[in-house]
Design a protein around this ligand. Structure first.
Ligand SMILES: Cc1cc2nc3c(=O)[nH]c(=O)nc-3n(C[C@H](O)[C@H](O)[C@H](O)COP(=O)(O)OP(=O)(O)OC[C@H]3O[C@@H](n4cnc5c(N)ncnc54)[C@H](O)[C@@H]3O)c2cc1C
Length: 389
């Protein structure tokens, strides 16, 4: 681990890891089973994360952030994800999706107005791209924003919006219509509480149970023209760029989820006896543990490398997709094996491994399914082959 730390992280990153690990173990872990069962939003942990500066890690200090970077965000998500995926997902979606679009593409005025509130955790951010007929095919957005004088009139709906029920603002995409003609897809900000914005009750889910997920309905909702993010016709491209950064953070949560399952299985293997010895003494068990550890190590290199390159200003579309694809699929496999190593107890709620298993599945789906990551990666690879172009 010392070698890997030296490759990707500096002293400040390592100190952050220690601080977040302590917070996660002492304050997030004790609540994890309870909020998984009740589905209640992790208010207490969100407030504490806000106090610790964890709701605005990668944003510059001038906007109220901690002035750190993507690697620092990855570390925080990984450490919290090791104990509670719902809490990590809440912070992750708020930061990389809810705030990221404004930081990367917003006007100076929008950044000054919103980022300090978001970074301090006083306001929670949400992100609406997916619609009933626009998931992987997000370009098929049906929501419309019709320009009417100094305002947009918005109609449509966004499904599966993480944090929407507790958000102070939602960024979303819609077809930008001017003089009756579609001009492309724009990205917009709406403050919750705006007339014409309605929320569904929270979705009941397989995992991430304490993470809030809702449909957001826009019904003749009026927002000021100044709420458009960046270039009016480039909203879709901007959201896709925001998702590239978001995929690194899904990679980080995959690392946390996988390690949560693996560490429980490793400890259990050293405690559980069968046929007169520890199950960790059976070669069949050793092989599983070895594969789990190897896949976690490989995932770390992919995720940390994508974050490192992003911090260096490199376009990481391929690296982020590879990190997300590999680490999420390995998280699913590792948490499945963690249950297997627990035998029947692994199937019982009391043991954390079944929660990690349920929390892992969404990692292969959200922010672009595994199939979509393979499409992105192959497109990037083929670009470099002269005979193909
Ligand atoms: C808990 C949760 C939280 C979420 N949070 C958010 C959020 O905050 N904001 C937001 O905007 N969205 C969010 N989502 C939505 C999520 O990003 C989408 O569900 C995901 O992108 C897949 O879209 P879809 O569900 O419409 O599936 P579909 O696009 O309908 O895909 C169905 C299947 O078809 C496959 N498929 C589709 N196209 C292709 C293709 N070209 N080639 C091969 N296979 C293909 C897919 O890989 C998948 O297996 C969330 C979803 C969940 C469940």
């Amino acid at each position: 681990m010392v070698v890997m730390d030296n490759l990707y992280f500096n002293e400040e990153h390592l100190m952050l890891r220690e601080m977040v690990r302590e917070f996660a173990i002492n304050e997030v872990k004790p609540l994890a089973q309870k909020i998984d069962k009740s589905g209640e939003f992790p208010h207490k942990s969100v407030n504490k994360m806000a106090e610790l500066g964890l709701m605005g890690i990668p944003w510059p200090e001038e906007y109220g952030g901690t002035g750190m970077d993507t690697r620092a965000l990855v570390i925080a998500i990984e450490e919290i994800g090791k104990v509670c995926c719902s809490t990590a997902a809440t912070m992750m979606a708020h930061t990389s999706l809810g705030t990221g679009g404004i930081y990367y593409f917003g006007t100076e005025e929008q950044k000054k107005k919103y980022i300090p509130k978001l970074a301090s955790g006083k306001m929670i951010g949400s992100f609406g791209l997916t619609e009933p007929n626009a998931g992987s095919d997000a370009g098929n957005t049906q929501t419309t924003a019709v320009l009417d004088g100094d305002e947009f009139v918005v109609n449509g709906q966004k499904i599966f919006c993480t944090n929407a029920g507790y958000a102070g603002l939602i960024t979303f995409t819609a077809k930008f219509i001017e003089n009756g003609e579609s001009q492309g897809i724009g990205a917009f900000i709406v403050e919750t509480g705006t007339d014409g914005l309605r929320l569904s009750p929270p979705e009941k889910k397989m995992g991430w149970k304490a993470s809030d997920t809702r449909t957001v309905y826009f019904e003749d909702m009026r927002i000021p023209k100044s709420n458009i993010i960046g270039s009016p016709k480039s909203g879709f491209k901007q959201f896709l760029n925001t998702l590239t950064a978001g995929r690194i953070t899904i990679g980080a949560l995959s690392l946390g989820t996988a390690q949560g399952g693996y560490e429980a299985a490793l400890n259990y293997s050293c405690e559980r006896n069968a046929f007169g010895k520890k199950i960790a003494d059976f070669q069949g068990v050793n092989f599983k543990l070895a594969d789990m550890a190897t896949n976690i190590e490989a995932s770390k290199h992919l995720v940390y490398n994508a974050a490192y390159l992003k911090d260096k200003g490199v376009d990481v579309i391929k690296e982020a997709a590879m990190a997300k694809l590999f680490s999420s699929e390995k998280a699913m496999q590792i948490t499945t094996d963690a249950i297997q190593l627990h035998g029947g107890y692994g199937y019982i709620h009391e043991y954390d491994v079944e929660r990690f298993f349920r929390d892992a599945k969404i990692l292969e789906i959200g922010e672009g399914t595994s199939e979509i990551q393979r499409i992105i990666i192959s497109r990037e690879i083929l670009k470099t082959v002269k005979s193909y172009a």
